[in-house]
Design a protein around this ligand. Structure first.
Ligand code: ZN
Ligand code: ZN
Length: 178
């Protein structure tokens, strides 16, 4: 930068020095602020995403927000399907990462209506992950990311096998809750 010589120039040097450093500091503060904002933004996003997969790894998906409801159905059908404990998710929250075409659906005979989804290779139960409804249950066992939710209810307790003991205080109903 051109600096005039003489007294004004001499006075200008410290002024410019201070000005430069103030500007540099502000720029750094700005960077720090941006980094801090990104950190919290990413942490927020990171905290929300729940990863899910099947046993063989062919099927991978994620949930963009944590499920809010978890329950266990003790009926023989859910037990055989390997999806007794489920979480309810919104369809819009399910993001497919891999293997959606590897998911097969067992559509039961009426009066049963809910299609049960499985990986076509390893058979991991995925609940109703391909359902058309706005929200549906998916098998909690397919989720990989830890989250705080615990079983909030037990249904079809009258069909519970003798060998399984309920060891929590969640409300129980003999049939499906209304
Ligand atoms: Zn699989
Ligand atoms: Zn059931």
């Amino acid at each position: 930068m051109y600096l005039p010589v003489g007294l004004p120039g001499l006075m200008a040097r410290p002024f410019l020095f201070v000005l430069q450093n103030v500007l540099r500091l502000l720029a750094d503060c700005d960077k720090v602020y941006v980094h801090v904002m990104f950190y919290f933004w990413n942490a927020k996003l990171e905290a929300k995403v729940i990863h899910g997969s099947c046993l063989c790894g062919a099927v991978k998906f994620q949930l963009t927000s944590e499920p809010s409801v978890m329950g266990t159905c003790h009926c023989s059908r859910c037990r055989k399907a390997g999806a007794s404990t489920v979480v309810f998710v919104k369809k819009d929250d399910v993001v497919w990462l891999d293997g959606k075409d590897r998911v097969v659906t067992y559509q039961p005979e009426p009066p049963y209506k809910y299609g049960r989804c499985f990986c076509d290779t390893c058979g991991t139960s995925l609940g109703e992950i391909l359902a058309d409804a706005d929200s549906f249950p998916i098998a909690a066992n397919a989720l990989d990311t830890p989250f705080d939710l615990k079983v909030q209810f037990h249904e079809s307790v009258s069909e519970k096998p003798h060998w399984y003991e309920i060891c929590d205080d969640a409300p129980q109903s003999s049939g499906h809750p209304s």
